[in-house]
Design a protein around this ligand. Structure first.
Ligand SMILES: CC[C@H](C(=O)O)C(=O)SCCNC(=O)CCNC(=O)[C@H](O)C(C)(C)COP(=O)(O)OP(=O)(O)OC[C@H]1O[C@@H](n2cnc3c(N)ncnc32)[C@H](O)[C@@H]1OP(=O)(O)O
Ligand SMILES: [Co+2]
Length: 134
């Protein structure tokens, strides 16, 4: 079911500072910040030869990553995103197997303009999993 690793996401308290570190210290090319109010975050992407790094900071009052940052104020790896060919078939199969699909269970459009879903970290070895329609 899961295919390519689309991105590894790092939650950060300050997107500008984190972007500068990746740009100036690691020599990375950073995309322009992208506000995603429907997801409660602002993100940038770093294109790597074999995948992407997503840096994300909270946006708005009810950001789903605020509690994560309260627990880890300097930030940390937040989720991994795998591509799937058919996100609805993947969702239905995962639910049949007892995995918890977060939110309403209906995919939302993610940062790449594709439908995404999230799976509860407790069902996947303490790792928040995002699925993105390939
Ligand atoms: C623009 C879209 C973009 C894209 O790529 O397209 C994105 O990636 S948007 C990313 C931001 N959106 C989300 O993360 C949505 C899904 N996340 C959630 O719904 C919440 O973050 C949730 C439910 C996973 C956790 O929320 P919260 O921390 O407030 O809940 P709890 O305090 O109840 O935590 C429960 C339990 O899980 C542990 N936890 C929480 N977050 C993570 C994490 N990122 N990785 C691993 N574990 C996590 C938390 O420590 C609690 O564990 P416990 O042992 O019970 O204390
Ligand atoms: Co993501």
């Amino acid at each position: 079911m899961i295919g390519r690793l689309n991105h590894v996401a790092i939650a950060v308290p300050d997107l500008e500072k984190a972007s500068a570190t990746y740009r100036d210290v690691l020599g990375a090319t950073i995309s322009a910040p992208q506000a995603e109010p429907d997801h409660g975050v602002t993100v940038v992407f770093i294109e790597l030869p074999n995948t992407k790094i997503e840096l994300l900071e909270p946006l708005g009052e009810n950001s789903p990553i605020q509690a994560f940052l309260d627990r880890s104020p300097s930030g940390g790896i937040h989720h991994v995103c795998y591509e799937v060919d058919d996100i609805l078939a993947a969702r239905d199969r995962l639910k049949e197997q007892g995995a918890r699909v977060l939110g309403s269970g209906e995919p939302k459009i993610g940062a790449h303009g594709k439908p995404v879903l999230f799976l509860h970290p407790k069902d996947f070895n303490g790792t928040l999993v995002e699925l993105e329609q390939a």
